[in-house]
Design a binder for this molecule. Structure first.
Ligand code: IMP
Length: 175
């Protein structure tokens, strides 16, 4: 499949994505039994994962969003820009940050610095995909859907130059 100027090939099918999401949701349902949580979705990429994850959550839960950006093309730009800030006070809340993919971890570090001042009761991270070999941050996600090598992927909310977010499965770049 061509997206802008690059070719992408099928990588993770829709069923595998759905199973990974159910397994993440089940772990959250067990770990937070009888508690309420606030999901904090990171726009744009996590919108689809947030939606499907929440449908599988049986706890009292709220959701808030922030919009951050670090990627330029297929590489992290190294600086994370805050495009829409935190609109909700998270004091005393159990927060679960929801990411589409954790790559270098810079975005996560930025989010932690944004929410720590609110003094939440707890903060954990749920990510659909995790690239352990690219990670150099200080907050390893507790809930990981699927670990992948350091490949650039699109689909299921993730984009290449703004395109590809609507694809229901995950494709990787063909080198
Ligand atoms: P990090 O700050 O390097 O961990 O990157 C996190 C953000 O970069 C993710 O939320 C995505 O929006 C974007 N990103 C990282 N890797 C990919 C990829 O392979 N495809 C598309 N977007 C990516």
């Amino acid at each position: 499949m061509q997206i802008v100027d690059r070719i992408f090939e099928p990588y993770i099918d829709q069923k595998t994505v759905e199973n990974a999401i159910r397994s993440v949701a089940n772990r959250i349902n067990i770990d937070y039994e009888n508690q309420s949580i606030v999901f904090l979705g990171i726009l744009n990429g996590a919108f689809m994962f947030c939606s499907d994850l929440m449908k599988n959550i049986q706890l009292e839960s709220d959701i808030s969003f922030v919009k951050l950006s670090s990627y330029q093309g297929t590489k992290s730009g190294g600086t994370v820009h805050e495009l829409i800030g935190l609109m909700q006070n998270l004091k005393g809340k159990n927060v679960v940050i929801v990411e589409d993919i954790v790559d270098t971890g810079l975005t996560l570090d930025k989010i932690f610095s944004m929410i720590d001042r609110d003094e939440p009761a707890s903060v954990e991270v749920a990510t659909l995909l995790f690239k352990p070999s690219a990670y150099k941050g200080s907050h390893i996600p507790k809930y990981i859907g699927i670990e992948i090598p350091d490949e650039f992927v699109v689909g299921y909310g993730m984009d290449y130059q703004g395109i590809g977010r609507n694809i229901p499965a995950i494709y990787k770049i063909k080198n």
